[in-house]
Design a protein around this ligand. Structure first.
Ligand SMILES: *[C@@H]1O[C@H](CO)[C@@H](O)[C@H](O)[C@H]1NC(C)=O
Ligand SMILES: *[C@@H]1O[C@H](CO)[C@@H](O)[C@H](O)[C@H]1NC(C)=O
Ligand SMILES: *[C@@H]1O[C@H](CO)[C@@H](O)[C@H](O)[C@H]1NC(C)=O
Length: 452
């Protein structure tokens, strides 16, 4: 016991001393330097479970100088993007900690801040090639010392995604995996595959898009391309320029925060393969047939579990919606409705789920839904919270009709299927009358037929 305290104490003292002298930090440039521009320098900061808070700069030539660097382990490179102000990215520490929790790996934070911090975006773009050549030389060196290319994972943010793509191309696509977080769009859109990230750059390329209408890249670049909330505007991000800096970066940065949540796994975000976000919201892509018996792929780090099916499919675009705050997960229900009315009805649908005194609401209003006699209508209802068990459901069919008699609509059957929780029962109700613009509440019942 005494010995343990002694070791802890000396360890602590050494750590304090170490902090002052032995940890290597991410380059922090001031505005003046970023304004004038600095020469590219590629610094590789190693973090492992043994030194989570104390980065160690690796020598580009003498890898074996650093005993914490284990070439037999997976090596994950984290490559940042354009840094207009020169400050270190806020998320580096979080990424390192959450990656280390996934497995005993080498985490190499690639600090190319001296090439990325420049008021002139063109200069930063020009430096992506040079940074990639430098990283490639380092990986060749790792290979010579016995590392396997298949155990290398590059995670690139924004411009860093294209750096990762160039490294992958220089290594003939033999790298195990590239993850791209909102790959940069400006100056890359419309370029041929060799001038940007593309699926041939690694054995498996997964991409997350969050800002396709500004800083991000619009088209698909990987084996799977996730489009969060359609890929353009993220909930909770300012919509006007009056919000200052966050107006510019919020959508773009959301990719990193979504990825961090996928590492954290408080909840999993399921993404649905589809041709467009609109079709997804229309409930046309909720089947997940291609992945049976697995579910549709989940966003982020763990999508590697779907790798074989995704490689078989070639290229997949997948969609999902999020809430405005961490952990961002929504709960999706497939809603199947059959009506009896002789005349067609159009309107938006509002569904509330109640559990005890808690209520969540889904408003299905991205377009008017159509209800036709004996025709099954499928809707997607997305809730910000997962309430369980659902004890009561409130339905409201909203039309623009405000004067005159209220139309009635007879529901022959309604069925709600919790998409991300196949272990839970479907919720049904048979034969009920809805009046337009009036809420109707009911207790869900067990469904007659088994899961369909
Ligand atoms: C990579 O960059 C580092 C630092 O800028 C430099 O020391 C090293 O020689 C470069 N490697 C190559 C192969 O150019
Ligand atoms: C999320 O998905 C992963 C991978 O499929 C699984 O191991 C994990 O248990 C899931 N976590 C939750 C909270 O459902
Ligand atoms: C994971 O996310 C939850 C919810 O956002 C948060 O409370 C928790 O601190 C996170 N854990 C880690 C290890 O980041």
């Amino acid at each position: 016991m005494l010995l343990w305290w002694f070791l802890r104490l000396t360890g602590f003292i050494m750590l304090c001393k170490g902090k002052a002298s032995k940890c290597d930090d991410f380059t922090d440039l001031d505005f003046h330097e970023s304004f004038m521009g600095t020469n590219l320098n590629v610094k590789l900061l190693l973090f492992t479970r043994a030194n989570l808070d104390c980065g160690q700069e690796l020598s580009h030539l003498n890898l074996m100088d650093q005993p914490l660097f284990h070439l037999g382990h997976t090596t994950t490179f984290v490559i940042h993007g354009y840094r207009p102000t020169g400050a270190p990215p806020v998320w580096v520490g979080h990424v390192v900690n959450l990656l280390a929790a996934q497995g005993d790996m080498n985490i190499l934070v690639v600090d190319w801040n001296r090439g990325a911090a420049n008021l002139n975006y063109y200069t930063a773009v020009a430096n992506t090639r040079k940074a990639a050549e430098n990283i490639t030389a380092f990986i060749h060196n790792m290979q010579e010392k016995g590392a396997m290319l298949s155990s290398i994972h590059l995670i690139g943010v924004s411009l860093g995604a294209h750096v990762a793509g160039f490294v992958g191309a220089l290594l003939k696509g033999k790298i195990g995996r590239i993850t791209a977080l909102d790959p940069a769009g400006p100056l890359f859109s419309g370029t041929p595959p060799e001038e940007r990230l593309d699926p041939t750059d690694a054995q498996f390329v997964d991409v997350l898009h969050t800002d396709i209408d500004a800083f991000g890249y619009r088209g698909p670049l990987g084996h799977i391309d996730f489009y969060a909330n359609g890929g353009a505007d993220q909930p909770g991000c300012p919509k006007t320029i009056f919000s200052g800096k966050s107006y510019f970066v919020c959508d773009h940065q959301r990719s990193v925060f979504l990825y961090l949540c996928s590492l954290n796994q408080t909840c999993n975000i399921t993404a649905y393969p589809c041709s467009s976000y609109h079709d997804f919201l229309d409930g046309r892509c909720l089947q997940c047939e291609s992945f049976k018996p697995a579910s549709c792929p989940i966003l982020g780090y763990h999508v590697s579990e779907w790798r074989d099916s995704l490689l078989r499919l070639g290229q997949t675009k997948a969609y999902f919606s999020t809430t405005s705050e961490s952990p961002y997960c929504k709960m999706n229900y497939k809603v199947d409705i059959v009506t009896w009315n002789q005349y067609m009805r159009w309107g938006i649908v509002i569904i509330k789920l109640h559990s005890g005194r808690r209520v969540v609401e889904a408003k299905i209003d991205h377009k008017l839904s159509k209800f036709e006699q004996y025709t099954a209508t499928r809707l997607l209802a997305q809730f910000d919270e997962d309430l369980n068990p659902v004890q009561k459901i409130t339905l409201c069919f909203v039309t623009g009709n405000v004067i005159g008699p209220r139309y009635k609509m007879r529901l022959l059957h309604i069925r709600l299927t919790p998409l991300e929780r196949p272990d839970r029962p479907q919720l049904c109700r048979y034969d009920m009358i809805l009046e337009e613009n009036m809420e109707v509440s009911f207790r869900p019942m067990a469904c007659d037929e088994p899961h369909i």
